[in-house]
Design a protein around this ligand. Structure first.
Ligand SMILES: [Zn+2]
Length: 509
C-alpha cells in the first residue's frame, strides 16, 4: 500500500513538474520570453477550436479581412451607442438587425442545413392567418381561455358542429377589423412577455395548442410546408430536418379520425420533397420521429416501436427519434430507460437502427442530468445541450464521439436560458472543440424566419470570422442525417454557393 502511494505521489509530482516546466514561473519571466509564452498559450487555444481544421484559400483570407472590418465597425458603433443588441431583448432589435448591411450579406450566405426545427412554428404566422381566412370550414375559439379551449384556438368543423365559443374565421375577419393583428399577437411571444422561464413556457405551449388544429388539417398541411420550405430556400438553406410529431396524424372533415396516419404524413413529405426539387434540385428533407416527454412510459415505448416500423418502411426519410417539450418540467430521458434498452431487440425485429437526436440539456440547472443519457445512449446530435458546460467528462465525450450540438441562440435567449449571447455556453464550448450547428427552433413564435438573425447575432456576440462561419455552415451538412452519397452531392452544391458568397463579400464590403 505504501509503495503504491509512493508511486502515485511521484507520478502526480512528475505530472505537475511537466505541466509547470513548460512555462517559466512569475519570478523568472523576462521581456524576451513573455510574449513567446503568451503566444504559445494562444496557439493551443486556437488549435483546440471547433474550426481549427478549416483552411482558408487566398480569396477567403481576403474576404475574411473585409468581413472582420465590417464586424468590428458594427461592434464599435454599438460600443459608442452603449447598446449591444445580442446582449439585449431580441424583440427590441429584430427590425434593426434586418436593416444592417451585415444582415443583407448573411442572408445570402449558404447555410448548409437547418437541423433543429419544429415546422409548425417556423413559417411566419401571417401566412397561416391569411390561409385560414380563405377556408370557410375554419373556426376559431374567440372567448377567454377555458379548461378545454384557448382564445385563438383554430380548428375546422362542419357548419353547425362547432363547439360553443367558436366563430367562423372568415366571418370574424370581415366583422373585426383588427382580427389579423389580434391573431398574430396570440401566436407570437411579444417583447413584453415575462421572461421567467416557467411563464414563458406556458405561453409558448399555448401557441402550439392554438395552431395545432390548423397545422394538422390535411388541406393546409402540404401547402403550409411547401411555403415554409421555399422560405428557407430563400434564406439559402438547402437541407432541412424536421422534428415531426406523428402520433396524432392529420384530419379533415371527410374522413374518420385516424384516416391520415403516420404513413400519410411521410408520404406527403416525400411527394413534397420531389416537387420542390423540380425547381431547387439541391433541396433535401429528413424527418426525426418525435414524441413528448410528458407522456407515459407505455406511450413512449409504443411510439418508439412505431418509429422503428415507420423507419423500416421509409428508411430514406425517417432518420431518428427524439422527445420534446420543456425539459425541466417534463420527464427525464432516464425515466424512459426501459424503452431505450429495447433498441437492440427492436433493431433485430425491424432490421434497421434508430439513431437518437435527443433534445437534452436545455436547462440552466446542474440537477438536470439528461446529457449523461443522451451521450450513453449514443445520440448522434444533441438538441440544445445548454448545460453541457457543467459536466467536464461529458464535454470530453462529446468531442471524442464527434457529437454535434444544435444551438438555437435566439430561442435560448427569448425563452430565458441566456440573457447576453456573449456568455451563451456554446461560445465557450466551440473553443474547446465541441461541434455545433446554428438553428432557430421556433422562429415564427419569435416573429422571424430562417437562420440569418441567429448567424448575425453570434457573429457579433462571439466575434466569429469567415473560418468559423464556414465551419458552422458546413456542419449543417456534415452532421445531417443525409447518407454519405447525399452528403457528398450536398457539399458539392454548397461549395459553389460558398465560393459565390466569398466573391460577394469581396465585392460588396
Ligand atoms: Zn426544439
Amino acid at each position: 500500500m505504501i509503495r503504491y502511494l509512493y508511486i502515485l505521489l511521484t507520478t502526480v509530482m512528475i505530472g505537475c513538474e511537466v505541466l509547470s516546466s513548460e512555462f517559466t514561473s512569475k519570478n523568472e519571466l523576462k521581456e524576451e520570453n513573455y510574449s513567446d509564452q503568451r503566444k504559445e498559450l494562444r496557439r493551443r487555444d486556437n488549435n483546440s477550436s471547433f474550426d481549427a481544421s478549416v483552411k482558408l484559400t487566398d480569396r477567403e483570407h481576403q474576404a475574411n479581412a473585409k468581413l472582420i472590418s465590417l464586424r468590428d465597425s458594427l461592434l464599435q458603433a454599438y460600443e459608442k451607442a452603449q447598446y449591444f443588441p445580442p446582449a439585449k431583448d431580441f424583440f427590441k432589435s429584430r427590425e434593426h438587425i434586418q436593416t444592417t448591411k451585415l444582415y443583407g450579406l448573411l442572408k445570402q450566405m449558404p447555410k448548409g442545413g437547418f437541423l433543429h426545427m419544429h415546422a409548425s412554428a417556423v413559417k411566419d404566422f401571417h401566412w397561416l392567418i391569411d390561409k385560414v381566412i380563405t377556408l370557410p370550414e375554419m373556426y376559431v375559439h374567440w372567448r377567454s381561455d377555458n379548461e378545454q379551449y384557448l382564445k385563438g384556438e383554430l380548428r375546422a368543423f362542419n357548419e353547425g358542429e362547432e363547439p360553443a365559443g367558436f366563430v367562423n374565421v372568415a366571418e370574424l375577419a370581415t366583422s373585426e377589423e383588427s382580427f389579423r393583428e389580434k391573431m398574430y399577437e396570440l401566436l407570437t411571444l411579444a417583447p413584453e412577455t415575462d421572461k421567467d422561464t416557467i411563464d414563458i413556457w406556458t405561453e409558448f405551449d399555448k401557441i402550439f395548442q392554438r395552431i395545432g388544429g390548423a397545422y394538422a388539417y390535411e388541406p393546409i398541411f402540404k401547402e403550409f410546408h411547401k411555403v415554409l420550405f421555399l422560405s428557407l430556400l430563400d434564406d439559402n438553406i438547402q437541407h432541412v430536418e424536421l422534428r415531426q410529431i406523428m402520433f396524432d396524424g392529420l384530419y379533415d372533415l371527410a374522413h374518420e379520425t385516424g384516416y391520415y396516419n403516420e404513413d400519410s404524413i411521410v408520404r406527403i413529405f416525400k411527394k413534397l420533397e420531389i416537387e420542390i426539387q423540380e425547381d431547387h434540385p439541391q433541396f433535401s428533407l429528413k424527418l426525426i420521429y418525435t414524441d413528448l416527454r410528458f407522456r407515459s412510459r407505455e406511450a413512449i415505448a409504443n411510439s418508439f416501436a412505431n418509429a422503428y416500423a415507420l423507419r423500416a418502411r421509409y428508411p430514406e426519410i425517417v432518420k431518428g427519434f427524439d422527445l420534446v417539450s420543456e425539459e425541466d418540467a417534463g420527464n427525464s430521458t432516464l425515466y424512459y430507460l426501459d424503452a431505450w434498452l429495447k433498441a437492440d431487440s427492436l433493431e433485430h425485429v425491424y432490421g434497421i437502427d434508430m439513431p437518437f437526436y435527443f433534445h437534452d440539456g436545455e436547462s440552466n440547472w446542474y440537477s438536470n442530468t439528461n446529457l449523461y443519457d443522451a451521450i450513453l445512449l449514443g445520440s448522434k446530435r444533441i438538441g440544445h445541450g445548454i448545460n453541457l458546460a457543467f459536466f467536464p467528462s461529458l464535454i470530453d465525450e462529446v468531442v471524442a464521439r464527434d457529437i454535434c450540438l444544435e444551438v438555437s441562440p435566439i430561442s435560448n435567449q427569448v425563452l430565458g436560458y441566456v440573457e447576453d449571447l456573449r456568455v451563451h455556453p456554446a461560445n465557450s464550448l466551440i473553443r474547446q472543440g465541441v461541434q455545433i450547428t446554428i438553428s432557430s427552433d421556433d422562429p415564427a413564435i419569435y416573429q422571424y424566419e430562417g437562420l440569418t438573425h441567429d448567424y448575425w447575432s453570434v457573429l457579433l456576440a462571439w466575434q466569429l470570422d469567415l473560418r468559423s462561419l464556414k465551419k458552422l455552415s458546413m456542419n449543417g451538412v456534415l452532421y445531417s442525417a443525409l447518407s454519405d452519397r447525399e452528403k457528398s452531392d450536398a457539399l458539392e452544391f454548397w461549395q459553389n454557393e460558398w465560393d459565390e458568397f466569398v466573391n460577394l463579400l469581396i465585392d460588396e464590403i
